[in-house]
Each structure stands twice: as structure tokens, then as C-alpha cells.
Design a protein around this ligand. Structure first.
Ligand SMILES: C[S@@+](CC[C@H](N)C(=O)[O-])C[C@H]1O[C@@H](n2cnc3c(N)ncnc32)[C@H](O)[C@@H]1O
Length: 232
């Protein structure tokens, strides 16, 4: 490959690591397997942002929507939702669930870095568990993505593995992932790392996810960090 621009360079680096589409399609083959987020409950922090009116989104983009549990909640709360995932199996499952819940969501099966929607149209971009599966160089593409699709004064949220937590959350150096050619199941983040990475945005809140094993309406796992930022 002849690297001519940044995108060529990112694609070259992508090729050193796992190709995600096949991995995630295989991951979603068995919907009955014991995966915590194979459920129909929305994230606890998302429910709080909406109930406490920290955000009042109208048009929402969910990235890495999986089975659609958060997209469906947002649609039930009156948002116009576009939900993207690169796995066709995840999208098919999410469409089924949207039908069961009688909500209308625009689903798109695509890698977020190949997405081609209208520019800057969303009030809120929601990511539950996608960002920590992206390789270090794709953080640059991720911030470009947020700036491209989020309106000024819009918000975005991420939930990610905490470093060295129960679910992994690798804390190796960025260089090591390319040397070992693996992300070790997902990268771990701390409050400080998120503050550094998203310093061009206004921090609204960064906190631990609340572990909600007794709450039947909301989903929460220990060893996750959740954050919400504003594009100003
Ligand atoms: C840990 S799962 C979380 C799924 C869902 N957000 C949830 O919490 O139930 C991560 C999701 O991100 C999707 N994903 C990973 N990388 C992606 C990318 N570059 N573009 C679009 N989707 C991606 C995967 O297919 C998977 O569904």
C-alpha cells in the first residue's frame, strides 16, 4: 500500500489488527449466550441523563448499537434515532426488538468510519461499549466523527472499560497493541485519559457506572467508566 494521506495511514494500521466485522458477526451468532449486555435494559447513566434533563436530545445517533436496547429506550422517550453497527447480525436483532417495542428507528449497518450521513445533524451521540474496542489511531478518526456529526452545543457520551477491571480494560501502552497486534479484548480508560483525549470538549460528567444487578429496569456494570461531554 502506498500511503498518500492520513486515511491511508489509518487503514494500514487497521490492517495490523483484528478485522472487526467478522469478529462481531460471529459474536452475535448466539443471542442466548451469557453476555451482560445481551439484555433489553437501557444503561443506567443514559436513563439518568434523560430523567434529570442533563440532556434534552431530539435527534440522536447511537454508534455500535448492538441489539438496540439503548436506541429503543431513546425512541420511547421521543427522540428521533439513527443507530449504527457494523454487524449485520446485531442490526437484524435490533430491528426485531424495535418491531417488538413498536418504535421507529433508522438502522444503518456500517463501520462508523465509513458512514456517510448529513453533516452535523445530531443533538446527541451515544456510544455504549464501542469506543474501547477501537484501536489507538482510530481515536483521531473518532473525534473527527464527533465533530462531523454533532451539532454545536450537542452532547456525546461514552461508556468504556475501566483500566484493569473485571472485564479486562487493557492498560498497556498504545505502542504495545501494534507490536503485539492485538487490543487484548478492549482498551481500559481512566478519568484522566478521557479528559486528555476529549480536552477540546466541555466535560459535563465523568464517573463510574453504577452496578445495578438489582434494578430490573436499568443496566449497570462495575468497572465501567461513563462520561458525557458537550461540543461548544
Ligand atoms: C460491546 S458491544 C456493545 C453493544 C451495545 N452498544 C450495547 O451496549 O448493548 C460493541 C458494539 O460496537 C460495534 N462496533 C465495534 N466497532 C464498530 C465500528 N467501527 N463501527 C460500528 N460499530 C462498531 C460492535 O459490532 C458491537 O455491536
Amino acid at each position: 500500500m502506498l500511503v498518500k494521506n492520513n486515511e491511508d495511514l489509518y487503514e494500514l494500521l487497521d490492517s495490523l489488527l483484528r478485522e472487526p466485522t467478522e469478529f462481531w458477526n460471529t459474536f452475535y451468532k448466539d443471542k442466548e449466550k451469557n453476555v451482560p449486555f445481551f439484555c433489553d435494559r437501557p444503561d443506567e447513566h443514559l436513563v439518568k441523563y434523560i430523567e434529570r434533563q442533563i440532556i434534552k436530545p431530539r435527534k440522536v445517533l447511537e454508534i455500535g448499537c448492538g441489539n438496540g436496547r439503548n436506541a429503543i429506550y431513546l425512541a420511547q422517550k421521543g427522540c428521533t434515532v439513527t443507530a449504527v453497527d457494523l454487524s449485520q447480525r446485531a442490526i437484524d436483532w435490533a430491528k426485531e426488538q424495535a418491531d417488538v417495542n413498536n418504535v421507529n428507528i433508522q438502522f444503518v449497518c456500517e463501520n462508523i468510519f465509513n458512514l456517510n450521513l448529513e453533516l452535523q445533524e445530531f443533538d446527541y451521540i451515544y456510544d455504549s461499549g464501542c469506543f474501547h474496542h477501537l484501536s489507538p489511531h482510530r481515536r483521531v478518526s473518532y473525534i473527527q466523527f464527533i465533530n462531523k456529526y454533532l451539532k454545536n452545543n450537542g452532547y456525546f457520551s461514552i461508556s468504556a472499560f475501566k483500566e484493569n477491571g473485571k472485564y479486562g480494560g487493557s492498560s498497556l501502552s498504545d505502542k504495545q497493541y501494534y507490536m503485539d497486534r492485538t487490543l487484548y479484548g478492549g482498551l481500559g480508560y481512566s478519568k484522566e485519559k478521557l479528559q486528555i483525549l476529549f480536552s477540546e470538549f466541555q466535560e459535563i460528567e465523568i464517573r463510574d457506572m453504577q452496578h445495578n444487578n438489582l434494578n430490573r429496569d436499568e443496566f449497570g456494570l462495575e468497572d465501567f467508566i461513563v462520561c458525557i461531554f458537550k461540543k461548544v
